[in-house]
Write a protein that binds this ligand. Structure first.
Ligand code: SF4
Length: 345
């Protein structure tokens, strides 16, 4: 049993053994979704967007988060960024539970954990010059002078491979890739310890995407910054992430080092997800059939199937799967998995 299997434990990363930059424990987010039933016998319904998820991220590490639409990836991003409050559970950063943060402590947390979203055009104000966009956080969070802010803006533009004089331009004067560089510069201006990258390169052309991924890797090496990378493109996630966590209907189903997970997925959902994205061979009809079955139809998070939520689609489902949800266990290899086929060592 590891620290993360217990309710309480030392704040160290499962992966590296060093102090985790961020720990998430039993995180739950349920959204109200109206009422079901008739007359007085109605009951409130809940969407179980995130349902008891536990993971950590080490300094300088990239954790990839994958799963189909509605699996809870984006809700986790909003919870980590404190754009949503959790129903229960803990988000521990710097040894403190940030779910209780308000006022100054929340401001300091938001300074340390920044986000880069898929569409930089939506996240960069079109009426502001780039230098004002990047220095906005500096004005809020620091008492820097104008000259100090100008130097910091020039520094972070240089870090993302842009000339300082582009600071006088507006976002519409840049390409998509350049705008994403500006969004990264804005996130770095306050010396963030962690970036939440929510589909951050998904909208870019393939060649530009490769450049931005290289930039993210270089910055991580240089600054020791941690990334949570949320994406649906498994090739990008596999390239960027040190570890990958697979989610299904609000729950973690498998988590391991990227190479081990891609080489040998153990959970039938992970296997189907990877096979659907990356068939081993065009003539591999068995794999494709399994992938089709497993990825055909996602049940609603409003009424997830009883037992293992994946059982109606699982090619390996057993009797127990339809009645008992499999506990998440840590195998001797370090892999975390929730599946009755792998009850633990
Ligand atoms: Fe399939 Fe059962 Fe494992 Fe769920 S617990 S993934 S239904 S084998």
């Amino acid at each position: 049993m590891t620290a993360l299997d217990s309710e309480e434990g030392p704040a160290v990363s499962e992966r590296s053994g060093e102090q985790a930059v961020l720990e998430v424990r039993d995180l739950v987010k349920h959204f109200p979704a109206g009422r079901a039933g008739l007359g007085l016998r109605t009951t409130r319904q809940w969407v179980r967007a995130v349902d008891g998820v536990t993971f950590d991220i080490a300094p300088g590490e990239t954790l990839g988060l994958v799963g189909e639409s509605g699996c809870g990836k984006s809700t986790i991003a909003k919870l980590l960024l404190r754009l949503e409050d959790p129903t229960s559970g803990h988000i521990v950063f710097g040894g403190e539970d940030v779910t209780a943060f308000k006022g100054k402590s929340l401001l300091a947390y938001r300074r340390a954990v920044q986000a880069v979203f898929q569409d930089p055009f939506a996240s960069l104000s079109p009426r502001m010059r780039v230098r004002d966009i990047i220095s906005e956080g500096l004005r809020i969070h620091t008492d820097m002078t104008k000259d100090e802010m100008a130097r910091r803006v020039a520094d972070v533009l240089d870090m993302v491979g842009m000339r300082p004089d582009v600071g006088r331009l507006y976002p519409h004067e840049f390409s998509g890739g350049q705008r994403q560089r500006i969004a990264i510069a804005k996130a770095l201006a306050l010396d963030a310890k962690m970036l939440v990258l929510d589909e951050a390169v998904s909208a870019l052309d393939v060649s530009i995407r490769a450049q931005v991924i290289t930039l993210l890797k270089d910055l991580q090496r240089e600054l020791g910054i941690a990334y949570l990378y949320i994406g649906h493109d498994l090739a990008t996630v596999s390239y960027l992430a040190d570890r990958v966590m697979v989610m299904y209907l609000g729950k973690m189903v498998e988590l391991d080092e990227t190479v081990a997970l891609v080489d040998e997925p153990l959970h039938p959902y992970t296997e189907a997800l990877f096979n659907a994205a990356l068939p081993a061979h065009p003539d591999d009809h068995d794999h494709l059939d399994t992938a089709d079955q497993a990825t055909a139809e996602v049940p609603s998070a409003l009424a997830p199937p009883p037992g293992c939520h994946f059982h109606p689609r699982c090619p390996e489902a057993m009797d127990v799967c339809s009645s008992i949800y499999p506990a998440a266990v840590t195998l001797q290899t370090g892999r975390r998995i929730a599946c009755h086929l792998h009850p633990g060592d």
